[in-house]
Design a protein around this ligand. Structure first.
Ligand code: AMP
Length: 401
């Protein structure tokens, strides 16, 4: 069962509380350095304004853990959002309390009010019912459009939904769910998954599920070395990242892929160095040449070629996790090549989905943001959804008052 879509609600003259995800990066002067998540919230906001609703926006930013940290204020977001919608965004000094209630009460249709950081109150992450009720008292209708926190059960995305009869998912939340669920449940084949990042842990449920549905699984990044060290491969990978306590799991995934006929591809070469730094002296080596204090910190050119040729023949691609330490110039090439290939095949008609987090940061670093079909705004939430875990915030929209 799906929750209602915001398009299905009667909104004229209503005050609508929208949980957005404005957890955006800020520079030292407090300016928003990447407004991807603010842009992603615009379809819902614009729709609500067109329908004649008054819009109350709320989000968290960072992890202030219940204290007011001025550097984590949403004031810079209010400014950037105002520029994007070309309208005034009224900024509330808090998210609950008498002053906020007064601002919400006099808000008129067509106006936007942004509340201060929800996590300045510990009650938000505690999913405190009194706090939930206070937030809910500000509006008539509830909309959740924050995919990035949908895997958490907090006051603003789960607790407060119990106080509303009229509640729905916004355009972004619905789009995220539709893209990710349809990719994994009914992909146009061949369906290829590219996985990377540092660790296997955190991707265990995902790997188990993917081994049931993917045609190809390409593994790069630090996590590849746990697979390469696991039986039956048993490679010496030098000082590369290996999770000893995940070796058996990796071996099981290799077996499962063999049993299911999934083409699991691991790196055959890598860019190796003895130190983890921007100025490290690096060399390209076959995996079998790794030993001693050498660490594999990116995939090598033979691996890039083999990944690229599989991607060329793919119709649906899901990418989660960088191929190497892309933050450092000597180890960015593999991630850049995969990002570029995803953009190329998108132009040829493939559906390409990037699972948020570090892969989204990599796309942005290489200036390729707009080149894939869909970039998720939530790393953790997308991993859980793809792993088949229900998202509490999405489920909460289905419940009665
Ligand atoms: P995760 O948080 O598990 O998605 O991992 C993302 C991080 O993995 C990025 O910050 C990368 O720098 C890092 N990473 C990617 N490849 C490697 C590698 N071969 N060795 C160590 N770290 C890596």
């Amino acid at each position: 069962m799906m929750p209602k879509h915001v398009k299905d609600l009667a909104l004229h003259g209503k005050k609508v509380f929208v949980r957005t995800d404005y957890n955006v990066p800020l520079d030292e002067s407090g300016k928003v350095t990447d407004d991807f998540r603010i842009q992603a919230s615009l379809p819902t906001i614009q729709f609500l304004l067109e329908q004649g609703a008054a819009v109350i926006l709320a989000s968290h930013l960072g992890r202030p853990k219940g204290t007011v940290i001025p550097e984590m204020s949403l004031a810079p977001v209010a400014q950037r959002l105002g520029e994007l919608v070309q309208a005034e965004v009224i900024f509330a000094p808090d998210c609950v309390g008498a002053e906020v209630e007064a601002l919400a009460a006099k808000l008129q249709p067509g106006q936007i009010l942004l509340l201060e950081n929800l996590r300045f109150h510990l009650a938000e992450t505690d999913n405190d019912p009194i706090f939930s009720k206070q937030l809910a008292s500000l509006a008539d209708v509830y909309v959740n459009d924050a995919f990035g926190t949908a895997h958490r059960a907090h006051a603003s995305n789960v607790g407060m939904t119990a106080f509303f009869v009229e509640k729905a998912a916004g355009f972004l939340l619905m789009k995220e769910i539709e893209f990710l669920v349809s990719a994994i449940e009914k992909p146009v084949r061949p369906f290829t998954v590219v996985l990377g990042g540092s660790k296997v842990s955190g991707k265990i449920d995902l790997l188990k599920r993917l081994a049931e549905v993917a045609d190809n699984i390409l593994i790069g990044g630090g996590m590849a070395f746990t697979f390469l060290s696991a039986p039956p491969l048993n490679h010496n990978v030098g000082a590369s990242l290996v999770e000893e306590d995940r070796l058996q799991f990796a071996a099981d995934v290799i077996d499962l892929c063999l049993a299911k006929g999934v083409n699991l591809v691991l790196p055959s070469d890598c860019i190796a160095a003895t130190e983890f730094s921007e100025t490290a002296k690096s060399q390209e080596l076959p995996i079998r040449a790794l030993e001693g204090d050498l660490m594999g910190l990116d995939i090598g050119s033979r691996t890039i070629k083999s990944f690229e040729s599989i991607l060329d023949g793919s119709k649906t691609v899901l990418w989660n996790g960088p191929m190497g330490v892309f933050e450092m110039t000597p180890f960015e090439k593999g991630t850049r090549a995969i990002a570029q290939k995803l953009c190329d095949i998108t132009k040829q008609g493939a559906t390409t989905i990037v699972g948020g987090g570090d892969s989204a940061a990599a796309l942005s670093k290489f200036g390729l943001d707009g080149g894939v079909t869909h970039t998720s705004t939530g790393g953790g939430a997308s991993l859980e959804l793809l792993s088949g875990i229900a998202l509490p915030a999405f489920e909460a929209l289905k419940g009665a008052k």
